[in-house]
Design a protein around this ligand. Sequence first.
Ligand code: HQG
Length: 181
Amino acid sequence: MDKQLDKISKFLSYILRHQPEVIGITLDSDGWVNIDSLIMRANQHGEPLTRELIEQLVKTSDKKRFTISDDGLKIRAAQGHSTQQVKISHVEHMPPEFLYHGTATRFIDSIKKQGLVAGSRHYVHLSGDEKTANTVGKRHGKPIVLKVKALQMYHQGFNFYLADNGVWLTDAVPNTFLIFD
Ligand code: HQG
């Protein structure tokens, strides 16, 4: 992704997942905001956002971080929220036998004790494949990929959700469902 789009992606991630209030916008409970209001507020705060840049970003984003509504009027982050304004009703899904969580080796002792917790985000994020999980883990340091016995959890009553962009979400993963090898 080129530099300008990368910068906009970071800005929108921050605004649409964490701190919409810093530019004076409010997200609805499904995470949506009107694109014209977003552009207007972003511009007022010195961010050179345009409809064209947003469309280009949505089209080229490998991770499909942002979704434009079917009527083309609104945008939201697919997942990753920490703001209390948003409570997305993600689609519930039966997971495959295993899902993967990429993290950094420095967190392992704590994860062995507590299992996976959501921290500041609303959910624990899981990937469908090891390669993606490894990339996620690298964001935090020396990566390590944990295997999650997702289907077993599901059969024991844990809910799994699939975000617009294919990222799996669940409230927490107790350590008994984690494979650390
Ligand atoms: C760790 C990215 C200690 C957890 C990705 C992770 C993802 C614990 C960190 C999305 C722990 C939280 C989310 C425990 C969990 N003790 N550490 N008990 N339980 N952790 O960034 O999953 O590029 O909030 O392993 O693709 O890394 O932003 O979550 O290392 O989908 O679009 O606490 O963000 O998407 O870190 O990443 P994060 P994440 P984007």
